[in-house]
Each structure stands twice: as structure tokens, then as C-alpha cells.
Design a protein around this ligand. Sequence first.
Ligand code: SF4
Ligand code: SF4
Length: 112
Amino acid sequence: MSRNQELRALKAQAQAIKDQLRSVSARIRHLQGRRHSAMVAFVDSYKCAGCGLCQQVCPTFAISIDRVATVNAQRCVGCGRCVAACPRGAISLQQVLGHVGSTSIADNERES
Ligand code: SF4
Ligand code: SF4
């Protein structure tokens, strides 16, 4: 491995560790009852294919899949990993005011 390749690999490793640390810290703050973000992931059930990629990257296990993805807003720390992972653009971060349980756009429409 050349010096430049090793440098790139080490930088990628450092970034991955930083991301992990950010997720762990966010989860700790969440468990301590101090949300660091008022952003919560919302799933558009009409776009979601239920592939589970978002569930695999979620550091707080906030996503469940039952045909489509649903976010448990109590566990979501607004890190945005699921948004980046979704190949269908079915998840977005949205600002929340007050209490939210689970989030999906189809559910919201059914409730209204
Ligand atoms: S990654 Fe996107 S399409 Fe796949 S389950 Fe999650 S929200 Fe649905
Ligand atoms: S933004 Fe997505 S990946 Fe991050 S905690 Fe919330 S549901 Fe999980």
C-alpha cells in the first residue's frame, strides 16, 4: 500500500470513528432526556419499498419494518443516517414541536 493510499484509508477510518462517536453521544443524550435535536425522521410510506437499508444504519434502533419503514420518534436522534441510506428518497428529517410517537406520512394522513 502506498503512503497516499494508507493516508486515505486512515482518514476514512477516522471519519467512521467520528460518526460512531457522534451517534453514541447522541444516544446517551437522548437516554438522559436531553434531545440534542428537534429533528426527527419521517418516512413517506408511498415511496418506501421496505428494503430495510435505513434500519441497518440507524444507531438507535429507531426504525422497524412492516411492509414499509416506521420511525419510533422517541428513539430517533435526528442523525440523518437513514436519509442518506434510503435509495428512494423516502425519508426526510423534519422539525418536531412537542410529542411525536411514530412517524410516517401515510399514518399522519390517515389520522387527519
Ligand atoms: S431505505 Fe428507504 S425504501 Fe428502504 S425501507 Fe428505509 S425508507 Fe423504505
Ligand atoms: S435520523 Fe434516522 S438513522 Fe438517525 S436516529 Fe433517526 S431514524 Fe435512526
